[in-house]
Design a protein around this ligand. Sequence first.
Ligand code: GLU
Length: 294
Amino acid sequence: MVSPIVTGRFAPSPTGDLHLGSLVAATASYLNVKQQQGRWLLRIDDIDTPRVVSGSQDRICRQLEAYGFEWDKLTIQSQRLAHYEAALAELAQQGVLYECDCTRKQFQQRLGKSGCYDNFCRHRQLKNCIHSSIRIKTPDIPWHYQDAIQGEQVFDWPSQSGDFIVKRADGIFAYHLVAAVDDSDEGITEVIRGADLIGSTAPQQYLQQCLKGPSPLYGHHPIIIDSQSKIKLSKASQAPALKPEDAVRNLFDVLTFLNQQPPNELKKGELTELWHWAKINWSLQKINPSLSRD
Ligand code: GLU
């Protein structure tokens, strides 16, 4: 059997500009495939349409170009609705889906704020309710997988997710479903992304297994924590947008954060020189697995 071409992806949500935290995910996923002469796909995660900020998709593409990223394909999730609908129909046919009309408020009252969904509607057999989400029945036994950066992982369904939503009550396909379908359909062989998403892996692998699609290798790198607010560097923490003129400094800092130890003289050099060094010297094994760092 011919082994598939190494294929990675970066999947930003068009909810604002890219910042240093996004650059870590873009860089790690990019370098890991480039070093294996693989392909890197850009996927615009715009399925959650109410959160989309107009113009953000174009700005993200321009920012990536200014930082020297080159992608082999651009996918826009909102143009792939028929694929998600087909996956949902396949799951429905398997009898693993059910309707749920619990509001977040209701199950938080039952379980407290941190509790996961308690599978309350699993046996209620609701049919065609107006305001219901669609959930998938999760396995009875814990899920084990090997993370390329974090090592052996065990995911306990009742305490870490419960039966999760595949289609929201507002009719929008849920992130886990669309990510799992896209990764299988696009032949993604490795997903390198931030440790804030590590809890998404078991649900996405489980969906791929149900849909009999291929499943990539997953690796979760540490994420940058804002030293003042102590929260993840993100649009919500008002992380500044990546500016083209800071490309060398920011890329150098990201490589340092990922423990690649770029030589100091490259800090004042050209962007192409820094990329050249990074593609040759990249090592996933060097990344410090701690889940977050200042
Ligand atoms: N769109 C997600 C984010 O911006 C990334 C999803 C993924 O990599 O699976 O955090």
